[in-house]
Design a protein around this ligand. Structure first.
Ligand code: ADE
Length: 238
């Protein structure tokens, strides 16, 4: 999987994606990460990348030609990758969306800054527009990093066997169950005894019940319209 990120702040992308799971995936060659800086495509002496909005008003808009040329350079390098703009106007990302994006051979992720990008660029150069949630960030970089992280986890080999098995397990689509590690008691709080019992069937059922219960209490919208199997119904009634 390759990610080509069009951004005025390439160091931000490189630094953040260099840690942990994504960092290792890049090191191991499972994920390729390239950045394209519109400033490198600016032609004037000051390497200008913003301009005033037609119609007036506060704020600036990203200058058209440098951004267009950076996107086109990324396209030439990654012709099979759709161009994805990160913006609050896009489709809201969830795990089903992450799976759709992960099915692509690569993604060209375009990060806006200032008040946004010229609408003609959206029409002419952008294939998909995604939002990471209903709030406004100061730029698309953090959103692009969210996409890189969530998608890279689905690339085969990036997660270890145990981690990816947990991801496809019956808990998929539910909130996660609570986790515990040593010591058995800390500040008067104990690990739930079932987790110390060695009874793998009981542990699995307890975890599933916790996941279902938390989802029911905190995010009932995730359960709406979902057919629960017999065990799940029984666990919720216990
Ligand atoms: N850029 C600014 N806000 C954003 C958001 N919520 N999602 C994606 N990109 C953004």
């Amino acid at each position: 999987m390759r990610f080509d990120v069009v951004t005025l702040f390439p160091e931000m992308i490189r630094a953040a994606a260099g840690y942990g799971v994504t960092g290792r995936a890049v090191e191991r060659g499972l994920v390729r990460l390239e950045t394209w800086n519109p400033r490198d495509y600016a032609r004037d002496r000051h390497r200008t990348v913003d301009d005033r909005p037609y119609g007036g008003g506060p704020g600036m808009v990203m200058k058209v030609e440098p951004l267009r040329d950076a996107i086109r350079a990324a396209r030439r390098a990654a012709p099979a990758s759709p161009v994805v703009l990160l913006s609050p106007q896009g489709r809201r990302l969830d795990q089903a969306g992450v799976r759709e994006l992960a099915a692509q051979p690569g993604l060209i992720l375009v990060c806006g800054r200032y008040e946004g990008i010229d609408e003609r660029l959206v029409e002419a150069e952008v294939d998909q527009e995604w939002s990471i949630g209903d709030y406004v960030l100061s730029g698309g970089e953090l959103a692009a990093l969210v996409v890189v992280d969530a998608v890279a986890r689905l690339v085969p080999g990036v997660l270890g066997d145990a981690e990816s098995a947990a991801q496809d397990s019956y808990m998929e689509g539910l909130l996660d169950c609570p986790h515990y590690t040593r010591p058995e008691e800390i500040d008067g709080r104990r690990v739930p005894p079932v987790l110390l019992s060695g009874d793998h069937g009981a542990i699995r059922r307890w975890r599933r019940k916790q996941a279902l219960g938390r989802t029911w209490l905190r995010r009932p919208d995730l359960l709406a319209g979902r057919a629960l199997d017999e065990e799940a119904r029984a666990l919720l009634e216990e």
